[in-house]
Structures are given as C-alpha cells and as structure tokens.
Design a protein. Structure first.
Length: 722
C-alpha cells in the first residue's frame, strides 16, 4: 500500500485503487510515519485532546478497526508502541531520504505541502507539530535549491541555475543570499538590466522587512554589474592534484630491524604477526616484505566483517574464485563452500549437525587453500582486528593442519597485521595460540625515529614539503600516515603565500577531516555511502545505494581517487574510513543505512549484514526477518552463539513492538534450534523465564510446561552436543 502525505492525502491499496484520506486519518498516518517510538496514548491524546484518555484510546481503536475492515489488513501494528506496517510505503519518507542522500533534483521535483490544505486549529498540539514539520520541509527545499543553483552556476549551466534561483526566491523571498545568487546568474547570462532590477528589489525588501541595507559584498557586486566588470564563472578554488608518491613514498625507511626478524622467521617456515598503532606503517611493511618473496594472495579484514559469521572468508574466497576461474576444485569442496558462497554449488549446501560436519568444512577450506597456494609464496592477512571469529577459527584449523608452512608441499605461510589492542578476544586467543605453539613470530612495530621520518620526506622530492620538513617531522610523532596526511594538507595550499598556509592540525583525524571538507558535495556523499557499506562495496553498489545512474556517480568516484580517499576499490586507510564515518550526521547516517539495506536485499545479500543496516538505520522491526534468517544460517554452520544472539535480538524487538505472540515464537525457536542441542546451557533458564512471562494462551503455556518437564528429567540436550 502507498500513503501520500504530500499534497492531497490519499491511500492507494494493493489493488491500485486510490482513496482520499479524511483529516484525522491523514493526521494519524503522518504522525506515525514521521515520528519514531510513538505510543497509543500519545497518538490518541494528539487527535482527541478534549477527551479522557480511555475515550481517546477507544476512538483510536475504532479508527484502526475501520481501516482494517476496509482494507483487509492492519495498516498500524504494535502493542503499546505503534507504527506503520512494513508493507506501507509513504511518499514523504521516500522524499526525505532523497534529500538526505543528496538526490537534489528528485527532492525538489515535489513541492506539495505536508497534509496539503488540511488545517488543525482544533488540535493545538498536533498543529504545532505539523507547523514544525512543514517549516523543516521548507528549509530542506531552500537548502536544496541553493545547492542546485550553485552547482549549475559553477558548471556554466546558467539557464538551469536561473530556474533554481527563481524557485529559491519563491521559497525565501526576503533572503539577501538568494537575491545575490539571482543577480549573479542574470548577469552571467548577459541580462545586466535584469540583475540591477533584482538588486533594486533586494534593497526594497531588506529595508521593508528588516530595516537594513544590503551587505557591503552585495553593494560591491552591484557596482561590478553597473560597471560591466567580470565575474568569475566558478566560486571555488581549484584543488591541486596530490602526487602519487604521497600515497606511497618511494622508500620504506626505518624498518631494518623488523625486516631482519621477518626474514629469519621466513627461513624456518613460520608465519609473521605484526601489531602496531593505526597509521604506523604495518600494511606497507608486510606488503613490501611479501613482494620481495614472490606472488601472494590477500585475506584482508574489512570493517563490518565482525558481525557476519564467515564474513571475512566469504568475501575473500569469492573474490579469489572469480579471479581464478581455471581453479580445479572437487565437487565435495564446492559443496562445502556453498555454506557461505552459495553460487559455487547448484544445490543448497547441507546443514551441519555434528562436529564431523564442521571438520568436513574445515577440510574443504584447507583443500582450497592448498590449491590456491600453488604458485604463491605467502598469504597476506591485513587488518585482522576486523576478522569475524568464525573465519579466524577456520583459518587457525588450516594453519595447524599444514604446519610447518611450505609452498611446495602444503599451504603458504601467513604474514598478518592488526591494530594493537583492537583484536576481539576470540581472534587474539587464536593468534596467541599460534605464537605459543611456535607457529609464528609476533612483532610490535613502533613509530619511526626522526632520522627515518626525514628520509621519507626527502624521498618525496617536493619543494613545499622540504621547506616545512622540520615542523612536519616534529608534528608527525613518527607516524607515517599522519606525516603523509600533513603533507597533503600543505599541498592543498601550494602556490599560496606563507601567511595563507595554515598550521598542521595536531591530530590525524583533524587533518583528514580538513581534506574531506574540501571535497565536492557529491564526492563526500559517495564516500559516506561507501563508509556505511563498510566492506564489499564497488561503484555499482554505491550507485544503487544512492539511487543514481552510474555515469553520474563516476566523476565523484574519480574525485575520491584523485584525493586519495579511495584506492583500488576501498578506502586508502582505515583512519580515512573512520574520519568519513565520524563526519556523518545522525539523520544522514540512518538514511544511508536504510538505503544500503534496501540495495543489499535486492542483491539477496547475507541476512546478518542486511539486519545490521536496518538496525543502524532506525528501522529495527524490518531487521527481524533478516535476524531470524541469519540465525538459521548460523545454526546450519554450528555457530550457536551467533544464532542465539540474533534470535534474542529479534525477540526483544518484537516484544518492544507489542508483537508478543511472534516474540514467543522466536524464543521458542531459540530453545528448539539452539538450546536443545546442548549448546549455551547458561541461557536456558533465562529463556524459559522469558517464555513464561509471555505465555498468554493455553497452547503457549503447554509449550513452556513441556520444556520445563524435559529439563527436569533429562536436561536441555535432546541431540548431540557439538
């Protein structure tokens, strides 16, 4: 069903027939659509303010019942907290997301008032809310038209810019900024008289409405127009290109000790684990060392992996298999791989029911690793702080099977890196276990000393950098990433006088933030969409998230690559990714998460990943089906802790939403699918107590009694404990 709240409020049913909404029905639907966490009492009090609470709530019940009888379904669902049903689409929500996601022209294509011509003077509290919402939408329209006008002015598309400026003046007829935009565009189009007439109108409006004269800058613009002077076609300073050497300096300085220790470990077939602070140069060190030994393949972690069981391996192995279509894999290996890469096997992979099944999966991944290792010298595992525990457990089993590592008779050794202090407890335990078993060495990488830092700067061969070398060495603290970000900061001002070059900010996030603020709005939005996606993003997927044609997004993607925000289809560094996310407002972040969830659902992506985006997007109820599907997938691979967490989260959401019967069913699924396997014994009592509290029907109470009886006689386990 579709609800139209902009212009004349209407409801379009599933059969395509549209009917106008009466005044109070429109008010209820608008308030529920645009306000989160609404209680029945709140809605009833707004719409029937003169009635007692019991009467007002009864009026609301009768209204909802009439809708259900007329439409055949509940448009509003929930217990004490109510919301619109998932199958109801709302034009105002679609348009709000268009604004938040920077789809400017789509947003301004609609200009109807919220709830059209309806007035609510008799409902003072609701009327106050509505006027506030209408003012918010007017402000969004004003801001969007200003962006469009400036964009097309800078492009030289003056006719389109003129159209936006005139529409902007209709929205905000007393804004000096709006008059200035219109004057500039008129003059750039050759309409000098029109521009001067606009200035005269501006003077009149400002004096009449505010009792003030135009600002000096506006008076200067009018003087330029009268004298026939030149106006710049663009209003932003051009951005100099950042040399590639700044992304990857020509030399690796100050790592001689670490290199020697890595060489020693390599000679005896040990893996290498590198730890260090963000930006200290871990990735550069392991990649250069690996390159010195020969070909390698990558098993890098990405932000977002930790919430998806086997998420790291699913992404990496899928990429490797696509790059190696010639790889000959036995059918039994492909069948096992289908547990987390479904496209490699024509039928559905069998669920695991025992430890033997898990060992079969591990053997299949070991066989894949063995075959991939042919012709390779090592595997690089970067950013292991993002590894999910299932992938790490699987990787450790491969390491134990093939030690000592030998590219000719087994799998290749691993060279791994992670941020110090940021490993999950499970991943750290696996790595520490490998270290204590003598399978790897562990190196803590420290910042560069001043001599090594200076060598890096000299290798860049950039005059402006050499002139500021002393302060760059001092301010960087020996952190290579901070050093290079500070260099980029200086290069933005190449050609400026010494007085115009600002000091380097003290923190790396501040330096990166300055660079991000100089991006175009579309490039920044694209970077924000990529940051919300976290992992597995490419140009096509980002285009789908922004609902923009590929060719419209491509220039912004290229701008990000030139600015060294993105490199080879991912963020150039984790700290860049973190800075982009930190700059997101809450409303834009939630809108992007919702758009990502919709895009991933269309691609039939991993349900755990989709659920996380619905949760982050504030649409927690829409996460429930994906949480339940993620739990089924976790059970199928004997990942019972992840399954229990997903089901508990789904049940809690349903309870808070007043959907108690469905919540009971989810708790029951937790018992049947997880707890009765013998896993997670400690959660059994708490789950039964929760079900007891929720049981309202004889059938539900019978289920709880049966579980309690089973537990009393034989304990929770009715199957094989994994």
């Amino acid at each position: 069903m579709r609800v139209a709240l902009l212009g004349t409020p209407t409801l379009t049913g599933t059969n395509g027939s549209a009917a106008p909404l009466d005044r109070k029905s429109a008010a209820v639907l608008a308030f529920l659509a645009l306000t989160e966490g609404v209680t029945r009492s709140r809605v009833a009090g707004l719409l029937w303010p003169e009635s007692k609470e019991s009467t007002a709530r009864n009026n609301l019940v009768q209204l909802l019942r009439r809708w259900r009888l007329a439409l055949g379904e509940d448009v509003v669902v929930g217990g004490d907290v109510v919301r619109l049903a998932n199958f109801v689409a709302v034009d105002a929500l679609d348009l709000r997301d268009a604004f938040l996601l920077g789809r400017h022209e789509a947003f301004v294509s609609r200009n109807e008032a919220l709830l059209g011509a309806y007035t609510y003077d008799d409902l003072p509290e609701f009327d106050e809310w509505l006027q506030s919402e209408r003012a918010r939408w007017k402000g969004w329209r004003r801001d969007t038209l200003a962006v469009l006008c400036d964009r097309d002015t800078e492009r030289g598309a003056y006719e389109r810019a003129l159209s936006w400026a005139r529409q902007l003046l209709d929205v905000d007829a007393s804004s000096e900024d709006t008059f200035v935009r219109l004057m500039k565009v008129q003059y750039l189009l050759g309409d000098r008289d029109g521009a001067l007439a606009t200035f005269a109108r501006c003077e009149d409006v400002l004096w009449r409405e505010h009792g003030v004269k135009p600002l000096p800058a506006t008076l200067d613009l009018a003087g330029t127009i009268r004298g026939g002077g030149n106006l710049s076609r663009t209003f932003a300073r051009s951005k100099p290109a950042i040399p590639p050497s700044v992304l990857r300096p020509p030399i690796l300085a100050g790592r001689e000790r670490e290199w020697a220790l890595m060489d020693e470990a390599w000679s005896v077939g040990k893996s290498i684990v590198i730890s260090g602070a963000p930006g200290v140069g871990k990735s550069r060190l392991i990649k250069e060392f690996a390159a010195s030994k020969g070909p390698s393949f990558h098993l890098d972690g990405r932000p977002g992996d930790t919430s998806v069981p086997y998420g790291t391996y699913a992404r990496v192995w899928r990429s490797l298999l696509r790059a190696r279509p010639d790889l000959d894999l036995p059918d039994w290996v492909r069948e096992q791989l289908a547990l987390f890469i479904p496209e490699v096997w024509p039928s559905k992979a069998p669920a695991m029911t025992s430890q033997a099944d898990k060992e079969r999966l591990y053997a299949a991944i070991g066989e894949l690793a063995f075959r991939i290792s042919r012709g390779m010298k090592c595997v690089i595992a970067d950013d292991m702080q993002y590894y999910d525990s299932a992938s790490m457990e699987l990787g450790a089993s491969i390491a134990q099977r093939f030690v000592p590592f030998d590219a000719n008779h087994g799998v290749v050794p691993m060279i791994a890196a992670h941020r110090a202090g940021e490993l999950s407890s499970e991943v750290e335990a696996q790595l520490r276990g490998m270290y204590e078993a003598g399978l790897c060495i562990w190196l803590d990488v420290q910042p560069l000393d001043q001599t090594a830092t200076a060598r890096v700067l000299v290798s860049l061969n950039l005059p402006l950098v050499e002139a500021n070398a002393a302060r760059l060495v001092r301010s960087s603290g020996g952190n290579p990433l901070f050093l290079l970000e500070a260099v980029k900061h200086l290069l933005e001002y190449e050609g400026a006088s010494d007085d115009e070059v600002p000091s380097v900010p003290e923190k790396v996030h501040e330096v990166i933030g300055e660079r991000l603020r100089r991006l175009s709005p579309k490039a920044l939005l694209l970077a924000q969409a990529a940051a919300v996606l976290q992992s597995n993003f490419d140009l096509d997927l980002v285009s789908a998230v922004l609902d923009a044609p590929l060719l419209d997004v491509l220039p912004a993607w290229q701008e990000l690559e030139r600015a060294q925000v993105l490199a080879r289809g991912q963020f150039s560094h984790d700290l860049v990714y973190e800075s982009v996310r930190a700059g997101l407002s809450n409303s834009v972040r939630q809108a992007l998460h919702r758009s990502v969830a919709r895009a991933l659902e269309r691609q039939d992506e991993n349900p755990a990943r989709i659920a996380r985006h619905w949760l982050e997007g504030g649409e927690v109820r829409r996460a429930v089906p994906n949480l339940r599907e993620a739990a089924r997938a976790s059970c199928a691979s004997l990942r019972f802790a992840e399954a229990a967490e997903a089901l508990e989260q789904a049940a809690t959401i349903l309870e808070s939403n007043g959907e108690l019967d469905e919540a009971f069913d989810v708790w029951r699924s937790l018992v049947d699918d997880v707890l009765r396997t013998g896993a997670l014994e400690a959660r059994y009592e708490a789950t039964l107590r929760r079900m007891t509290d929720l049981a309202r029907t004889p059938a539900q109470r019978e289920v709880v009694e049966r579980y309690e009886a089973e537990r009393t006689t034989s304990g929770p386990s009715s199957g094989t404990s994994p």
